[in-house]
Design a protein around this ligand. Sequence first.
Ligand SMILES: *Cc1c(COP(=O)(O)O)cnc(C)c1O
Length: 496
Amino acid sequence: MEGSGAHRSGQDLALRDRIRALERAARPLDPGSTRRKRLRSAVIASSESFLRRIESTKAYQDTDDKGIGLLDHPIQKHGIPIETAIDLLEHDVVRPGGAPASGGYLAYIPGGGLYHAAMGDFLAAVTNKYAGLFFTGPGPVRMENLLVRWVADLVGYPASASGHIASGGSIANLVAITTARDAHGLRGADFPAAVVYLTTQAHHSIDKALHIAGLGEVQVRRIAVDAHYRMRPDALARAIASDRSQGLRPWLIIASAGTTDTGAVDPLDAIATIAERERCWFHVDAAYGGFFLLTDHGREVLVGIERSDSAVLDPHKSLFLPYGAGVLVVREAASLLASQCYTGSYMQDALREPAEISPADVSPELTKHFRALRMWLPLILVGTEPFRAALDEKLLLARYFYREVERLGFEVGPSPELSVVTYRWVPPGADLERANRINEAIIEGVRRDGRVFLSSTMIDGRFTLRLVSLHFRTHLRVIDLALRVLREQASAAGEL
Ligand SMILES: *Cc1c(COP(=O)(O)O)cnc(C)c1O
């Protein structure tokens, strides 16, 4: 319509001028190549200086301010230069608290932060490919399904399996539980008689998921554990028999493949036999331990996981990805589809293609981050072998630490099945209360020191220290440093 300007009314022209003025005002949203280069250089410089210092960076930085300076810069009408933003980030965001990208991070369940995954995130954000439906994002959907298939093969599921990459293990557990609910046709009136079986060591995200899934009224049976905090199959079988005799409805068995507290792996094979016999849904929470399946030891310890109905494995734990990735795999795609596939009339163009199952049809998310790229890029670039080697290294580091910390005189928990070690300092003659106080003082001392980051837990009333070797940057020298720090803190705290 250019050229017909002579016939435009003044009103038309005014509208076009206003639109052009807004276009100019919005221009900072789409920087040109020079501005992009300045952004990129500042970001790369900051990330390089971060990585160059990562080995000497404190694994926990105890600061008084705790990043409060961030609040001095509220979001305003006009922006600030990238250099100022990077300064703020480095000082108020990256510095205080834990450093999950550091090999000295041995607390809770350590994270990762593979650089290849960061590159994948960058490309995913720049291209912003849509990953929810095959129709608009055939490539990202094929990539996610390829990765889900790779995880399903690792678990040992048949070709009928499906799943998706969620944001983490909590959400993946929630979808698994919802799927189990629907697969057994549980409706509101059935909830009070339905029974779920797990141990006291199950992750709290399970309780949360039951609540969110509307299952707060189901019966929850905490099955007794053995000396290694693993579910006792005989106790499970007895609990189910007792519930049946009372007219209840055994429904769901949840086993842990690597508990958060102690890294215990429930006897999956024996539990699978009971689940099959009792026609219960069998879910394995392998959020922490799942990718140890890449190792011979892991495959031995996790045997039976292939007989489960669903499993959760967190790539942001044992596959070293940055935070924000949890995989759910379900043995039968049909049960996942039956629970998660919905549509709306505004979706009519996105005809369901039979070529590939779309993540949107097997998960609660519609528009989703192109998460597959951050998992695919590291795997395709380095192959699985370095992952296997790193995981075997973590298993041996845990065994080494277990032996050495006992040599230092600490009382140790069960020998590590995977890579969690529990231990405590008990001076001769100390009663429970005093021992608890001393161990609390030790963990506080370790945190103030900051060179390594350890965490604690309460096991049967005992304040217990934990060390988890899981980070890809955790190596022998880090474990030796942890032993040194513990010796120092124990001798200091022993004087209490
Ligand atoms: C970490 C963890 C979860 C929760 O996963 P998030 O990724 O933190 O949401 C669930 N179960 C176990 C055993 C875990 O270790």
